[in-house]
Ligand binder design. Structure first.
Ligand SMILES: *[C@@H]1O[C@H](CO)[C@@H](O)[C@H](O)[C@H]1NC(C)=O
Length: 186
């Protein structure tokens, strides 16, 4: 079946929104070897992200809790317009041979989105990538640098960007997340 390109765009535009889709299928980055889901649990702050979403909330953080040996509870929060907003989701290891490749869903009606841990030392930083193929014609992706603290040294951020780039992930448009003035709210 060959779909006219205009129809493909009409069907997928809501997904793309402000993002620039990249042509071709998703890259296949290497993920964290011997990934320990248990060690990854707990509180992570969003340090930087792709794509740029300037209008979104600040002080974004996620708290992961193990529910079974291969499933987790995911609670993300942010401050938006002076209010703390929380969303809860579930995450699963879809293939126990690939524990660093999680799927996360924030609603029973939504499918699991990939949530791949490309690299982490569990105690300082983590690199997360999510990519969805659209008919293998193009792909839409998200990338995050997470920290156990609200800020990370610039050298850690630069190193993280290098790892993404070495895996054919374009992080030139990655923007720092705002993690200032958070403590008085949360
Ligand atoms: C993370 O979730 C666990 C389990 O629900 C809870 O006990 C803990 O206080 C939470 N931590 C933060 C920082 O929200």
């Amino acid at each position: 079946m060959k779909l006219p390109l205009a129809l493909v765009f009409a069907l997928t535009l809501p997904i793309i929104r402000a993002q620039v889709p990249h042509w071709g299928p998703c890259p296949e980055p290497a993920v964290q070897t011997a990934f320990s889901l248990k060690q990854f649990m707990g509180r992570w702050f969003e340090i930087a992200k792709l794509p740029a979403q300037f209008e979104k909330g600040r002080c974004i953080e996620t708290n992961f809790t193990l529910t079974t040996s291969n499933s987790i509870r995911v609670v993300s929060s942010e401050i938006l317009k002076g209010e703390v907003k929380k969303i809860e989701g579930i995450g699963v290891v879809e293939d126990i041979k690939n524990p660093a490749k999680l799927g996360i869903s924030y609603s029973y009606v939504l499918p699991y989105s990939p949530y791949w841990i490309l690299s982490t030392d569990y105690v300082n930083s983590a690199l997360v990538y999510s990519c969805t193929d659209i008919l293998r014609l193009f792909h839409v992706d998200f990338a995050w640098i997470l920290g156990r603290t609200r800020t990370l040294p610039e050298s850690t951020i630069e190193k993280a960007k290098e790892i993404f780039a070495n895996n054919n992930i374009d992080v030139s448009r990655m923007i720092p997340s705002r993690q200032m003035g958070c403590e008085k709210m949360l």
